[in-house]
Design a protein around this ligand. Structure first.
Ligand code: GLY
Length: 537
């Protein structure tokens, strides 16, 4: 796949001033046989003056602007170059997210004392810390520390250059092998790994602070999937709570209470971790139980459905259902780690695989044209539920979702775009009494939204392209004949996103773009009516 994950991404070495970025980047470039760049050197070359002078002349704001242009140029490269970044180069959140998206970011970590002793040896090299003492370094870390946590790999900067290099090489090869996606959220940053489930216990153990104990939550349906039972054993949980994966019955406060009871019975403390291995019911429940137990403990998710890998497990939406609706009780609580092993999909029925592929198509349609093109190419295999094809597409979908989440964690803006296909999709799902797989309902909702966009003036060819992909993925074209249409209308009428005589829709006027729009009920109902027959319009 000509994707961002598999292209030769640049390697960004960053961290606080004096952490050893220049030395490490030179060593890395040598060890990997790659070109090496230094953003400060690039700035000096372009501006024809030492970087310190540029900083004094342009002030911090002007300097950062020049630096950002250099960083973006490095991001556009595809020769796998190693880039040593200035200590403030990624302080701008938007630029940092671009870097997480397009480069491998390796952050060096050192204590304020260690940094200060290095700075004191080279006083002229750090304009921001000149004349300061250790407290100045502490203040700088307090101000920037959470930005330095947003990385694919964080390594200890202490020890000899060879030791630091060995750590960096290990972090890099791990990031590349596990196709690690970093969800950049400051102190709540976490990574999504695509790696064997049997490595879960090792990664949980490696979390900081080290967990005091774990509680496992799992789904009876996946206990037979490759690696699940042995992974639970390796986690050595103080308790294991097994669900049936029956959302209607279990994704409730009673379901969460089973986890709270088990954790309290096992005396889990605030350094304890809930580890969920299963589909969306289990991961949503465990996330919610973790968000509330002892005012919040960590949770780790190992999703075992395509739907959950592509969507539910990333972004921290946790919760339970209420008699009045799905997911009405919940919290944003980000996981500390997500590990996806696509081998666990072997026991997943085809319809569930397709349901998850619909969510991959959703994110591609609204936000990622190259991924959409890749899905078009992979469509026959994806329609067959081919796990290798799913495995090739998933990291890209997750990477794209991670970017959306890091830009709008609490869905106050662009994250709402992830509801593409969901306005009508949810109504269909509710009307079908949750007997129809979520992604299949969303596929119908996407078709309706695409038709609405065309009615409102978007190019018909774009809508046709999206529907053609849904066709090739063998996702439904029409409402099931047994579905009671009046129940769909009832559900639409109750929609939370409804205002006056209109409904809020996410529209996709062209592949890779979205628009949030209030759509009149008439237009929405017309689109719904067009789903009566398999033929398009
Ligand atoms: N499932 C949509 C979201 O995570 O925002």
């Amino acid at each position: 796949m000509d994707s961002n994950v598999t292209r030769r991404r640049p390697i960004f070495v960053w961290g606080p001033p004096a952490a050893g970025k220049s030395t490490l980047s030179a060593e890395l470039a040598r060890a990997l046989g790659r070109r090496r760049f230094d953003t400060d050197d690039e700035i000096a070359r372009r501006e024809g003056a030492p970087v310190r002078e540029v900083f004094l002349r342009e002030r911090e704001w002007g300097f950062r602007r020049i630096e950002a242009a250099v960083v973006r140029e490095m991001l556009a490269s595809d020769d796998g170059r190693v880039v040593s970044l200035g200590g403030g180069a990624l302080l701008d959140a938007a630029l940092r997210r671009e870097a997480l998206d397009g480069a491998w970011v390796i952050a060096l970590e050192a204590s304020p004392r260690e940094l200060y002793s290095r700075i004191a040896r080279e006083p002229d090299a750090r304009p921001l810390l000149q004349g300061g003492d250790e407290s100045r370094v502490r203040a700088l870390l307090a101000q920037r520390g959470s930005a330095y946590l947003e990385a694919h790999g964080r390594i200890d900067a202490s020890g000899s250059p060879d030791e630091v290099l060995a750590r960096a090489l290990e972090a890099l090869s791990d990031a590349e092998r596990a196709r690690v996606v970093a969800v950049g959220l400051g102190e709540r940053t976490y990574t999504v790994r695509f790696s064997p489930l049997d490595s879960l216990a090792k990664h949980v153990e490696g979390l900081r602070p080290s967990p005091s104990a774990t509680i496992a939550a799992t789904d009876r349906n996946v206990l037979g999937a490759p690696g699940v039972a042995s992974t639970i054993a390796a986690l050595a949980p103080r308790a294991t709570v097994t669900f049936d994966g029956d959302g209607d019955r279990e994704k409730t406060l009673q379901g969460a209470a089973r986890l709270w009871d088990a954790a309290l019975e096992a005396s889990l403390d605030r350094k304890g971790i809930f580890c969920a291995i299963g589909g969306g019911v289990v991961t949503d429940l465990a996330g919610f139980a973790a968000s509330t137990l002892l005012r919040g403990v960590r949770f780790v998710s190992a999703p075992t459905t395509v739907l959950s890998m592509a969507d539910a497990s990333v972004g921290g939406k946790t919760g339970v259902d209420h008699a009045r609706g799905k997911n009405l009780i919940g919290a944003f609580h980000q996981p500390s780690l997500v590990l996806c092993d696509t081998r666990t999909l072997e026991t997943l029925p085809l319809v569930e695989r397709r349901s998850g592929v619909a969510e991959i198509a959703k994110i591609a349609a609204i936000a990622d044209e190259p991924l959409f093109t890749a899905l078009e190419r992979e469509a026959p295999s994806l329609a067959r539920g081919d796990i290798d094809a799913i495995d090739r597409c998933l990291p890209e979908a997750v990477r794209r979702k991670a970017r959306v989440v890091s830009e709008d964690e609490r869905e106050e803006g662009p994250r709402a775009a992830l509801n593409f296909g969901h306005t009508l999709g949810h109504a269909i799902e509710t009307a079908a009494g949750y007997t129809m797989a979520h992604g299949l309902c969303v596929a119908l909702g996407m078709r309706a939204a695409v038709r609405i966009a065309t009615t409102l003036g978007a190019p018909a060819s774009e809508g046709e392209r999206i529907e053609a992909l849904l066709d090739r993925l063998e996702l439904p074209r029409s409402l099931p004949s047994a579905l009671d249409r009046s129940l769909v209308l009832d559900a639409l009428a109750r929609d939370k996103k409804r205002a006056d005589n209109s409904l809020r829709f996410v529209l996709c006027p062209r592949v890779g773009a979205f628009e949030l729009r209030a759509v009149s009920l008439d237009v929405a109902l017309c689109a719904l009516a067009s789903l009566e027959h398999a033929s398009r319009r």
